[in-house]
Ligand binder design. Structure first.
Ligand code: ATP
Length: 199
């Protein structure tokens, strides 16, 4: 499995559709200061489900949408697509190439898709979660992140290891199941109350 290409359109400084193709192995993005190298990394994190505007180096999530320049007007939406070569079947889906996409509208709506079919953020997270990729998998080591890992508490460090080991998916499922159990318990209590009233 490797990243094949990344397409940005209306994302940060990338107003027009821009596609970067990658090869297996090490790929480098080079360019002068302010040319958008970090924006490319932001796009990778974003399409994999990043939810924190701060992690996108902005104040609000809409800040990822191209804000306009003296030559080009601001745009109404940001779109990023990431194509992954899955010929080794590392992703649990029956396609040799998988494209995940995310779109955000200035009006507030957002959309996710896998191979062009609309899906939930959760589907993307689950798809990536056994591969070591994904928002909380520490595949993106930003400036200052190493310091954060080295100075974190033992508990937080355990969290990093657990996520790297792929436990995130199971933890999320457990949380979801506990929430369902909780709401079931509420319904059961309500039924018991009604039964008593009806006696
Ligand atoms: P450096 O080498 O200095 O770290 P860089 O190549 O990583 O720079 P980025 O931080 O990726 O550069 O890009 C910064 C540029 O992106 C700035 O010119 C900024 O104005 C532009 N930019 C960020 N968000 C938007 C946006 N929403 N709309 C338009 N341009 C944006």
């Amino acid at each position: 499995m490797y990243l094949k290409s990344l397409t940005l359109r209306g994302f940060k400084s990338f107003a027009s559709s821009t596609t970067m193709r990658f090869e297996p192995g090490i790929n480098c993005v080079v360019g002068p200061n302010g040319s958008g190298k970090s924006n490319v990394v932001d796009a990778l994190a974003w399409v994999m489900g990043e939810q924190g505007a701060k992690n996108m180096r902005g104040g609000a999530m809409a800040d990822v949408i191209f804000a306009g320049t003296s030559q080009k007007p601001a745009l109404g939406r940001a779109e990023v697509s990431l194509s992954i070569d899955n010929s080794d079947g590392a992703l649990p889906i029956d396609y040799r190439e998988v494209t995940i996409s995310r779109t955000l509208f200035r009006s507030g709506g957002s959309e996710y898709a896998i191979n062009g079919t609309a899906c939930r953020l959760l589907d993307i997270q689950e798809l990536l979660s056994d591969t070591g990729m994904g928002k909380e998998m520490h595949v993106i080591i930003g400036q200052g992140k190493l310091d954060e890992v080295l100075t974190s508490s033992a508990e937080d460090r355990r969290g990093f290891v657990e996520e790297a080991a792929g436990l995130l998916k199971h933890r999320k499922r457990k949380e979801k199941a506990l929430r369902k159990l909780d709401s079931m318990q509420g319904s059961l209590t309500r039924i018991e109350d009604l039964t008593v009233e009806l006696r």
